[in-house]
Design a binder for this molecule. Structure first.
Ligand SMILES: *Cc1c(COP(=O)(O)O)cnc(C)c1O
Length: 365
């Protein structure tokens, strides 16, 4: 008897393995530092706006997320007609793949790029082409070398998760200039708010001046609204028009839209989080380096630390040691970084506890 057969590509996607449920020693407070969530939560105004929507749950939302597109437009100086909102940037990334990729096409992502990209590529029957990185940083020349007549799309998280590294805007422009004009370049700026480098830009200029570049962003990170699933893209008219044709007519909810509007307007909350992150990024890099760990220079709200392969000092053992103390970091085997752990920057208390625990683990009192 024949059974239903998934489309080509679907079964090439590795099954999702959920993060382990951490079991800490009794009496330990648990700190989840594994999903790059903000330790501060959202703006109190966002919570109030969300609650205010509770009286009208029977109504369908306005279909184009207009109030949110207008608020984003105002915050970034963008034309709201060139913005699409989605259920997290995950939905936006999948809509882009669905719009531009099919069997026989290729999409390029970088070696330790965000895992949603190959999934979105394969789910549409296209081939995931991987470009090597240099020092865990996206390499524009390696991407350009992978371009073939079949290339339709390039995924670039700038800065990237899980490495925490970025490329300067000059390099992004060089990438765009080197790609054929029919290739869509997706710039994923999920961590842009945490970057404090003069040569970094999220890419608005490139989107505004080309008809083949898209910028995506999210409310899940600095705005602390990961639970509400709100992301957005800014793109040229032709791409916005195409993506809107397949977007679900009510793909974001009103409570989420209202919360996101309040969040983007609370710049003081964002600034507070940014200052805390920057302070701890420096401090953690310094302290962990002093313990003999290699830390990849990060511009994000997380740091990537590399452990020795010496028995007793490995990443796997460190992960177990920290978990028992209630400190849950992210192991990166599925990102092909088995000797590294990624730590989301947490509260002062959580960060101090990680330093203390790793000092003990590395045998450096
Ligand atoms: C967290 C993250 C996102 C955001 O995803 P949402 O679906 O908006 O929560 C996007 N890109 C990267 C690289 C991320 O790490």
């Amino acid at each position: 008897m024949s059974r239903p057969v998934p489309k080509p590509g679907i079964l090439d996607i590795a099954p999702y393995t959920p993060g382990k449920s951490p079991v800490a020693e009794p009496g330990r407070k648990v700190f989840k530092l594994s999903a790059n969530e903000t330790p501060f939560g959202p703006s109190p105004h966002a919570i109030a706006a969300y609650k205010s929507a509770a009286d009208h749950l029977e109504d369908y939302p306005e279909g184009t997320s207009r109030i949110l597109r207008e608020a984003i437009g105002k915050a970034y100086g963008l034309d709201p007609d060139r913005i699409i909102c989605g259920a997290g940037s995950d939905e936006i990334l999948n809509l882009l793949a669905h719009t531009y990729l099919g069997p026989g096409d290729e999409a390029i992502s970088s070696q330790h790029g965000f895992l949603v990209y190959p999934i979105a590529t394969l789910a549409n029957g296209a081939t995931n082409v991987v470009a090597e990185e240099k020092d865990l940083t996206c390499d524009v020349d390696a991407i350009l070398a992978k371009v073939s007549p079949r290339t339709k799309l390039v995924w670039l998280a700038n800065p990237n998760n899980p490495t925490g590294t970025y490329i300067p805007f000059d390099e992004v422009k060089r990438l765009r200039a080197g790609l054929p004009s029919h290739v869509v370049l997706v710039l994923d700026a999920a961590y842009a708010d945490y970057v404090s480098k003069n040569d970094y830009e999220i890419g608005i200029e490139l989107v505004s001046t080309t008809d083949n570049t898209v910028l995506t962003h999210t409310f899940s990170k600095v705005h602390g609204l990961a639970a509400l699933r709100i992301g957005w893209m800014f793109g040229p008219e032709n791409i916005v028009d195409a993506v809107n044709r397949i977007r679900g007519p009510f793909n974001t909810s009103i409570p989420s839209q209202l919360a996101a509007v309040a969040a983007i307007q609370d710049t003081a909350h964002v600034d507070m989080s940014r200052i805390h992150t920057e302070k701890w990024r420096d401090r953690l890099t310094e302290e962990l380096t002093a313990l003999g760990l290699k830390v990849t220079p990060s511009v994000c709200n997380f740091v990537l630390m590399h452990f020795p392969t010496t028995p007793g000092k490995t990443a796997v053992e460190a992960d177990a040691f920290l978990t028992k103390r209630g400190l849950v970091l992210r192991a990166l085997g599925n990102y092909k970084l088995p000797h590294a752990l990624r730590m989301t920057i947490g509260t002062d208390e959580a960060n101090e506890l990680v330093i203390e625990a790793l000092r003990e683990f590395m045998g450096k009192p």
